[in-house]
Design a protein around this ligand. Sequence first.
Ligand SMILES: NC(=O)c1ccc[n+]([C@@H]2O[C@H](COP(=O)([O-])OP(=O)(O)OC[C@H]3O[C@@H](n4cnc5c(N)ncnc54)[C@H](O)[C@@H]3O)[C@@H](O)[C@H]2O)c1
Length: 274
Amino acid sequence: MSGLLQGKTGIITGALDEHSIAWKVAEKAHEHGARIVLSNAPVALRMGKIQELGDKLNAPIIGADATNSEDLENLYKASMEALGGPVDFVLHSIGMSPNVRKNRAYTDLKYDWYLKTLDISALSFHRMLQAAWQLDALKEGASVLGLSYIAAQRSFPDYSDMAEAKALLESIARSFGYHYGMRKNVRVNTISQSPTKTTAGTGVGGFNAFFDYANDMSPLGNASAESCADFCVSMVSDLTRMITMQNIYHDGGFSSVGISSKVMHKFAPEPEVD
Ligand SMILES: NC(=O)c1ccc[n+]([C@@H]2O[C@H](COP(=O)([O-])OP(=O)(O)OC[C@H]3O[C@@H](n4cnc5c(N)ncnc54)[C@H](O)[C@@H]3O)[C@@H](O)[C@H]2O)c1
């Protein structure tokens, strides 16, 4: 299968290094024929490897702090100039919690950091949508995607205040999805991805344990960043044009499993006899 995004243009945020989910999405979108602009926070442009990706994919790189509406307006204006008008898709692949990064317990959060978590990881999604709306920067039927995690629905102690950020992110997809659908058939969705070994992912306490646990619980195993990128390509293609306001699990089945035989085996290595 190829050429799913032939003739399409898009903005991809959040590619920090080759492990980033956004990095894989950019590569796959390019493979499928899309022309893209890459964006990340100014500090990530200095520290990360995005220039390497931009060179490889011949994609302009435009810095934007996702918590700054002016930066986002500039991102759309510069992207429309580079790509020749309103775009077909936007990927929001942005997340960060100072509380998680500095190992604050959930029962001892710093509230100014908590607000930062919500601002960077969730309100930024609204800001991106609102800036696009006000500049009319999306084409008819465009697709906007955010990346979420199942801690929005279930408790994962070490995910801390990022759980609330993801719940808010998913809610924004529903709320803005309504308005943008009515206005221009634009779709807005979130993808709830398996634990993935990236900078953001591995920054969560106990990551390796819950990565292995999720892998053992999921009939298909954990979904890799590459498979997430494949799914993102399909979600911004015309094949999924009637899906909107959804949070879709891309997790190898994890979200529907109560217990798996692999996990049971860890607690009862020998078959139990009544
Ligand atoms: N890795 C996982 O286990 C996992 C699972 C589910 C969902 N996600 C989500 O996937 C998305 C991408 O994360 P990733 O796992 O690829 O990690 P990553 O660390 O590669 O990407 C996170 C990106 O957010 C960017 N960012 C942080 N603050 C920003 C700001 N103020 N403005 C603009 N960009 C900013 C970083 O520079 C980085 O590029 C995040 O929303 C994350 O929560 C990750």
